[in-house]
Design a protein around this ligand. Structure first.
Ligand SMILES: Cc1cc2nc3c(=O)[nH]c(=O)nc-3n(C[C@H](O)[C@H](O)[C@H](O)COP(=O)(O)OP(=O)(O)OC[C@H]3O[C@@H](n4cnc5c(N)ncnc54)[C@H](O)[C@@H]3O)c2cc1C
Length: 386
């Protein structure tokens, strides 16, 4: 523990999950590129072990520090309901998958190789106090002092706005299933299933001819969350697979609820899902996380160079896109039974590149207009003006 007045480091990053580790990798990359001094950074993380606990999927367009680790790319993707299927294809912007295990391994290697960085595992942050000349961070293992803090802890209930949204609940299995019969060319983003009054679909990524990632997903309006594992197993058992073995599983309940953004600036700034980087209408976060981490890492390098630690919140995505998402969520709450047709219509009418930009939080005006035009006017106008 540092004595009062001492600084343990320039920057503390609270949480070394996707955002914390992305920030570290971007700091390293940008400091090398721009030949700037790296600040000293402590990453504080409660977990003592990292597991291959999830996969990150996104439309692969831009550079980021983990791009070489992408394990699969699909140049076609589809949504379907029963026998009705809509497909899109793009040679330039495939749908891509990154296993978390590879990301963690690479990022932890970067952190370890860099004398300015220290990952402190088994450390839970309990409290923070910012003053004019630094931040005092109280943790389960003692106190740290830093010039500035980036806080990537997940949102707490009070940060979730009162806006009616959903919980995106899912369980996924990576299964070995010899000769499963699915074409390995296309990612199946949503295969809609009959639901109990809310949106249910199977998400299926053919990894090769013998392996699949299959997830059962539901948009639950709240209350008791559905048992997606039971439903996934029932769905798997109803397929004509001769046999399958489960090699890995993942599950989550992601808030499809807008996060109140902090306007706080200065020595403490929020980042990651807790800062609203995850898209409320989709649960996608990875591509935005990379863009925003690069932006924040640039600010940190500038602050370290000038000694003036004033980190500023920035627009993590266009405000009008957040507004579109809120309207979409409201319309979906009112008409969950219509969701399959809305999604099918959306993918049928828009171009693949437009959807890729829209889903990655980088739509142009024309893309947004194409999306709005693909959706039925009545329910969306009522949702917009209610
Ligand atoms: C199973 C799963 C699959 C997903 N798939 C996708 C996908 O395909 N595409 C996509 O774009 N998004 C996906 N997401 C959503 C999102 O990308 C991930 O949740 C992502 O990990 C969020 O990054 P984060 O850094 O904000 O949070 P996390 O990765 O959860 O990191 C937050 C960190 O803060 C730490 N922490 C918590 N409390 C404290 C404390 N008090 N003190 C210090 N540290 C603390 C945690 O231990 C954790 O390491 C998925 C999420 C899950 C759960």
């Amino acid at each position: 523990m540092a004595a009062e007045g001492d600084f343990d480091c320039d920057l503390v990053i609270i949480g070394a999950g996707l955002t914390g580790l992305s920030l570290a990798c971007w700091l390293l990359e940008l400091s090398r590129q721009e030949k700037q001094r790296l600040p000293t950074v402590h990453l504080l993380e409660p977990r003592t072990d990292y597991h291959n606990d999830r996969t990150w999927c996104f439309w692969d367009k831009d550079h980021h520090p983990f791009r070489k680790l992408i394990s699969h790319r699909w140049f076609h993707w589809q949504v379907s309901k029963g026998l009705h299927k809509v497909s899109q294809s793009s040679k330039r912007t495939p749908y891509a998958m990154l296993p978390a295990g590879k990301v963690y391994q690479h990022a932890l290697g970067c952190v370890e190789s860099c004398p300015e960085f220290k990952l402190r595992q088994g450390v839970t942050v309990e409290d923070m106090e910012a003053s004019a000349d630094g931040v005092l961070i109280s943790t389960s293992t003692g106190r740290f002092r830093a010039c500035a803090v980036i806080d990537t802890r997940p949102p707490v209930a009070s940060q979730l706005s009162q806006y009616p949204g959903f919980w995106q609940v899912f369980t996924g299995y990576e299964i070995h299933c010899p000769g499963h019969g699915y074409s390995t060319d296309a990612a199946r983003l949503m295969d809609f299933q009959p639901g109990e009054g809310h949106v249910c679909f199977v998400y299926l990524l053919p990894l090769d001819q013998d392996n699949l990632l299959v997830e059962w997903t539901e948009f639950s309006p709240g209350g008791e969350l559905p048992d997606c594992q039971e439903r996934l197993e029932a769905w798997l058992n109803a397929q004509n697979f001769k046999e399958y073995t489960v090699n890995r599983s993942e599950s989550a309940a992601l808030p499809m609820i807008p996060i109140s953004r902090s306007r706080q600036q200065g020595r403490v700034i929020k980042a990651g899902v807790g800062a609203g980087w995850m898209r409320a209408a989709t649960g996608y976060h990875f591509a935005t996380c990379q863009r925003n981490s690069a932006e924040l890492a640039g600010q940190v390098l500038a602050a370290a160079a000038s000694g003036h630690w004033d980190l500023r919140p920035f627009e993590s995505r266009k405000r009008w896109l957040d507004w579109m998402d809120r309207v979409f969520l409201r319309a979906l709450r009112r008409h969950p039974e219509a969701a399959p047709d809305w999604f099918m219509g959306l993918f049928a009418v828009t171009k693949a590149e437009q959807m890729a930009r829209f889903m990655n939080d980088q739509p142009r005006w024309r893309d947004a207009i194409a999306v709005a035009a693909a959706l039925p006017t009545g329910p969306f106008l009522r949702a917009a003006f209610s």
